[in-house]
Design a protein around this ligand. Structure first.
Ligand code: TMP
Length: 254
């Protein structure tokens, strides 16, 4: 058992106190939940793969000037990140109708949207993450109007970049969820991308076959869940050295 102080325990990750002030260690679990914790399970090797996939995508985003909380990967299941004040919103960017949008508006899953659509959800497990508008966000001070503008601009740049990157490896970026945080540095505040980007919070479909290669395989009991995460990592060229057998990784924290 680690003696490091646990700062935050969420469904798929644990945040520990980092080695230096202003840093945290983000530990990726194999645990998976869906439908606000009603469905629970384990996806063997998911933590190792999501750690790599999120590292890869955050580094690439950093290279095009998107500020992120990511510092470096520490080991199979952990990465060092900057400590930020999380803005209590889930920002969902959609390119293709799927999931809750398809259901709520009665649009056939797979319909290309006329343009990218951004939605905001208020992060609250008790309330089941309700969808909110910019009016709610600014009226209740979850974010200032200029913070929202910044999040929107970053989300659209991230969407454009990731859509292209993933298309290059035969994946259609259907939709995804982002979280942002406030980073305080030299009396200044910057909005940075936080959390993770992985098949846990993206919908990724094979361009040719339409096969789902993301957490929907777990949510909808489609089978081959582990294989889907491995396939995304493989396409990005980042499967762990020992291949799928190496995926459990050292369980140093738990
Ligand atoms: P939705 O269609 O269920 O609203 O999901 C939209 C996208 O957001 C999808 O890529 C999955 C992701 N997502 C999360 O990462 N966390 C969540 O709690 C939910 C509901 C969705």
């Amino acid at each position: 058992m680690s003696r490091r102080r646990r700062i935050y325990d969420c469904k798929a990750k644990v945040l520990f106190e980092g080695p230096e002030p202003g840093t945290l260690v983000q530990y990726f679990k194999d645990d998976a939940t869906a439908f606000n914790n009603q469905k629970k399970g384990t996806i063997t090797g998911k933590g190792v793969l999501n750690n790599r996939i999120s590292e890869y995508l955050m580094v690439k985003l950093g290279e095009i000037g998107i500020p992120t909380h990511f510092v470096r990967r520490l080991n199979m299941r952990e990465q060092l990140v900057r400590e930020v004040e999380i803005i209590p919103l889930e920002v969902v960017i959609r390119n293709v109708a799927a999931g809750s949008l398809a259901k709520r508006l009665g649009i056939a899953e797979g319909t290309q949207l006329p343009r990218s659509i951004i939605e905001y959800y208020y992060k609250s497990d008790e309330l089941g993450d309700p969808m909110v508008s910019e009016e709610h966000i600014t009226a209740f001070n979850w974010a200032m109007p200029q913070d929202l503008d910044e999040m929107l601009a970053l989300s659209l740049r991230i969407n454009d970049f990731l859509t292209g990157l993933l298309l290059g490896v035969g994946l259609r970026l259907v939709d995804f969820k982002l979280e942002f945080g406030r980073l305080y540095e030299n009396e200044e505040m910057r909005i940075v991308l936080a959390d993770e980007i992985s098949p846990d919070n993206c919908r990724l479909w094979d361009v040719k076959t339409g096969e789902k290669l993301d957490k929907d395989r777990f949510r909808r009991d489609l089978g081959n869940v582990e294989e889907a995460y491995q396939e995304v990592a493989r396409r990005l060229g980042i499967l762990p050295e020992g291949g799928p057998r190496d995926m459990k990784g050292p369980s140093t924290m738990q």
